[in-house]
Design a protein around this ligand. Structure first.
Ligand code: SF4
Length: 496
């Protein structure tokens, strides 16, 4: 029985060379034993070795081109690129099953070329599950690495200790290198450590938590910043726990603050709703009023998100301001790559002055978490910035904005698009579709496609989360929710 010994846990080149050789010799998956021979320099993997006498021949051939496990032609075979991409992800999973699983898939691909499309197949489903775990681990590493300042012989450097859920350190290191190009840093993990010295990214064997500094002078600043940016109105404890699993807490300085912030959230939210909105500066109000009330349609456009925020609150371009508490501007980072456009603020949003914080916002947050889309990295806004409603007793019942109101409010949406410049814009529902695409865009027949927009962004349309809440039938609701999550994933892939 061939025993393949790979050089290290993520030795993809080694696995690929051995798998190609084994497959060409017709060695069936159940007759191969895959094992790992200890860690080496992960950035320079050596060829794989197999035990003498049981080794498939050719295991040390040079690696083939990325989308192929062998040159085409006599005795050769090709596999689809999606399989090679999937294998590159799966190999980073901590499961001992991964090498077997990948070789089994490779073997079956020769008999069933369409295998990658059979999503209900148990092996494909398992590999997809592993790949999603790995992708989540990459995302968590990008979000939860915390550097601490140290002094060494060359001056200031930053060191972080991190325990990734899967073996993603080498794959994620280039992200930190690009982001902190001017900062010498080391990320220490139990699997491998990576070091950036401003010129070269190097890897060394795994470390121990004791090798990393526990605190630094910047920690108090970071905690203060975190507490000041914590928005109690946006708190969803279940979503937060999912996004920030407890396994990461012990290495996060801000984790110590979280229990208190959660305990105080309800009272702070009530205070925010009761409180008058924060007054913008006089300069911002002046510019916003000039643009919104007096300027013609093609007058001077707002030049900052602050001007937009102040402007929508003073806007009189249509009559919707009369019955609303306030204008609700968009929210998110200025350079978000993904923009979501809903229909209009609801009752809760009108009170809080924030988009998507009511019941539909909760569905939206849950779906974003399920799709692996961090809301904090997106711009979330509405086609119409004031709450249109009618009274039914004491209740304010939502009314759909008409085409004239949507057209009037495009002034603000277009300004947000110009300033944020997202790569992808997702219209949530038909009203948002009208605002984003400038023409009626039926959701049911337009979902799942990316449309080119004049501002170079790509436009996608899907359901509005409130539509999911209104579906009377549980089964239809579940199906629509699943489709919604798929649409969010699609949009996030477009961004990437
Ligand atoms: S809904 Fe839009 S256009 Fe109408 S008043 Fe409000 S901000 Fe202005």
């Amino acid at each position: 029985m061939p025993v393949v010994r790979l050089d290290h846990e993520t030795d993809f080149d080694g696995w690929r060379a051995a798998a190609r050789s084994l497959r060409q010799q017709g060695v069936e998956p159940q007759h191969v034993v895959w094992t790992v021979d200890g860690a080496t320099d992960l950035f320079s993997p050596a060829p794989p070795r197999a035990d003498e006498g049981s080794a498939p021949s050719g295991v040390s051939e040079p690696a083939p081109p990325p989308a192929s496990l062998s040159p085409p032609g006599e005795g050769g075979f090709r596999v689809p690129k999606p399989f090679v991409d999937l294998a590159g992800q799966v190999i980073r999973h901590r499961s001992d099953e991964r090498f077997d699983l990948l070789y089994r898939l490779l073997w079956r691909l020769q008999e069933t070329p369409e295998l990658m499309h059979l999503l209900s197949d148990a092996d494909i489903s398992r590999a997809g599950h592993f790949a999603r775990d790995v992708s989540r681990a990459v995302h968590k590493m990008k979000a939860f690495v915390r550097f601490r300042l140290v002094q060494d012989a060359d001056g200031e450097a930053y060191v972080a200790w991190f325990e990734p859920a899967h073996r993603v350190t080498e794959a994620t290191a280039p992200f930190f290198m690009k982001r902190f190009a001017n900062m010498r840093f080391s990320i220490l993990t139990p699997d491998v450590c990576v070091h950036w010295d401003l010129n070269t990214l190097a890897a060394t064997p795994g470390a121990d938590p004791a090798d990393a500094p526990r605190e630094d002078a910047l920690e108090d600043y970071w905690k203060t910043y975190y507490a000041s940016t914590f928005n109690p109105a946006r708190l969803k404890v279940a979503v937060m726990r999912k996004e920030m699993p407890k396994r990461y807490w012990r290495n996060l300085p801000e984790a110590a603050l979280i229990p208190d912030l959660i305990a105080q959230a309800e009272a702070r939210t009530s205070d925010m709703v009761r409180a008058a909105p924060t007054e913008p500066s006089r300069r911002v109000v002046k510019a916003a009023v000039r643009n919104s009330r007096d300027a013609p349609w093609d007058g001077q456009a707002p030049t900052s998100l602050e001007e937009i925020a102040a402007g929508v609150d003073h806007c009189r371009r249509c009559d919707l301001w009369r019955d609303a508490t306030r204008g609700v501007p968009g929210e998110g980072p200025r350079r978000a790559k993904l923009m979501f456009v809903g229909e209009q603020p609801g009752d809760r949003e009108d009170l809080a002055g924030l988009p998507f914080v009511g019941p539909a916002g909760q569905v939206f947050d849950r779906a974003l978490a399920a799709a692996g889309v961090p809301r904090a990295e997106t711009w979330v806004t509405n086609a119409v910035k004031h709450f249109k409603h009618e009274l039914a007793g004491k209740r304010r019942i939502h009314k759909t904005p008409n085409a004239g109101e949507v057209a009037a409010c495009r002034w603000w949406l277009d300004a947000e698009r110009r300033i944020v410049r997202p790569r992808v814009i997702v219209a949530l529902g038909a009203t948002a579709g009208l605002a984003v695409f400038g023409k009626p865009t039926p959701v049911a027949t337009s979902r799942g496609e990316a449309f080119q927009l004049p501002d170079q962004a790509r436009g996608v349309v899907t359901w509005h989360p409130a539509f999911l809440l209104r579906l009377p039938d549980e089964k239809a609701r579940t199906q629509a929710y699943d489709a919604f999550v798929e649409d969010l994933k699609f949009a996030w892939r477009l961004v990437a």
